[in-house]
Design a protein around this ligand. Structure first.
Ligand code: FMN
Length: 151
């Protein structure tokens, strides 16, 4: 089996409708193909882990990589695995609004609590923890286009 994990940047930030469409097609196709994992979205960046049979994961990732709804795709892990760390398909997104600042991080921590691979767990928790800073940075991005988004 294979695990591919990547980050990418949403073409339309904070587009809830588009995220719902992505989640809907993903749930259907991943179920059909035996692909499981976790998809996070904080309004700006995606972080997704895909796990399953080699061919199914490769094909799924190839479709995702062609998708114009995101860009700057960076593969973080591409690993042969003997067991799944995310037993079921699940996903979460950051709830927008200042009062929910810590909620996304707490939710992600709970979701990856049973992940035994330390690097994988740390990456997901770190992604959520850095979400605030990323959004602030993105706010100032127009004035300095050379500044990338932190992941
Ligand atoms: C961030 C992101 C995550 C996605 N995750 C999946 C996924 O897990 N499984 C999947 O089949 N499609 C996923 N998609 C949708 C695919 O890119 C693609 O639209 C879909 O698989 C249908 O394939 P097609 O457009 O070649 O017909 C994702 C798209 C985006 C932008």
């Amino acid at each position: 089996m294979l695990r591919i994990c990547y980050t990418s940047e949403a073409r339309s930030p904070d587009d809830q409708q588009q995220f719902a469409e992505i989640v809907s097609i993903s749930a259907a196709l991943n179920k059909r193909d035996g692909v499981t994992g976790l998809l996070l979205w904080d309004g700006l960046l995606f972080l997704q882990a895909l796990e399953g049979p080699d061919e199914a994961v490769s094909e799924c990732y190839a479709r995702i990589a062609r998708d114009v709804r995101h860009f700057q795709i960076r593969v973080i892990f591409n690993t042969e695995i003997d067991h799944r760390e995310f037993g079921h398909w699940s996903m979460t997104q950051r709830t927008l609004g200042r009062e929910n600042t810590r909620e996304f991080e707490q939710e992600v921590k709970a979701l990856v609590n049973n992940v035994s691979d330390f690097d994988l767990r740390a990456f997901f928790v770190g992604f959520a923890a850095l979400s605030d800073g990323r959004r602030r940075l993105a706010g100032g991005r127009e004035s300095d286009p050379r500044r990338g988004l932190l992941i």
